[in-house]
Unconditional design. Structure first.
Length: 102
């Protein structure tokens, strides 16, 4: 059995509607642009504090993305699993939150 290079045999899948998919990718593209901008600042020998401010902004953008994705996960995946009687999803969510709070 051959695996498509884009498929991870260990990953579960989440089907997202087109709007959500586009919104998530747009946010990630903006963050990617911020990271490229930081790299250029380093290449251009920009002053340390200027780079630090941009890194902080990129970190905040990633954190915001993570909060949005977590919220959507709880409202869809977790909620649906609980309704289906899959209580282990709550344990998984608690473990995820513990990782995020390190």
């Amino acid at each position: 059995m051959e695996n498509n290079i884009n498929e991870c045999p260990h990953c579960r899948k989440k089907v997202r509607d087109e709007k959500e998919h586009k919104e998530l990718l747009n946010r990630l593209s903006r963050i990617e642009g911020q990271i490229r901008g930081i790299k250029k600042m380093v290449d251009d020998d920009c002053y340390c504090t200027d780079i630090i401010v941009q890194v902080s902004a990129a970190a905040a953008a990633l954190n915001s993305f993570n909060k949005e994705l977590l919220s959507r996960h709880i409202k869809t995946c977790v909620s649906e699993d609980i309704k289906a009687g899959e209580e282990e999803t709550v344990d998984e969510l608690c473990a995820l939150i513990a990782k995020l709070m390190k």
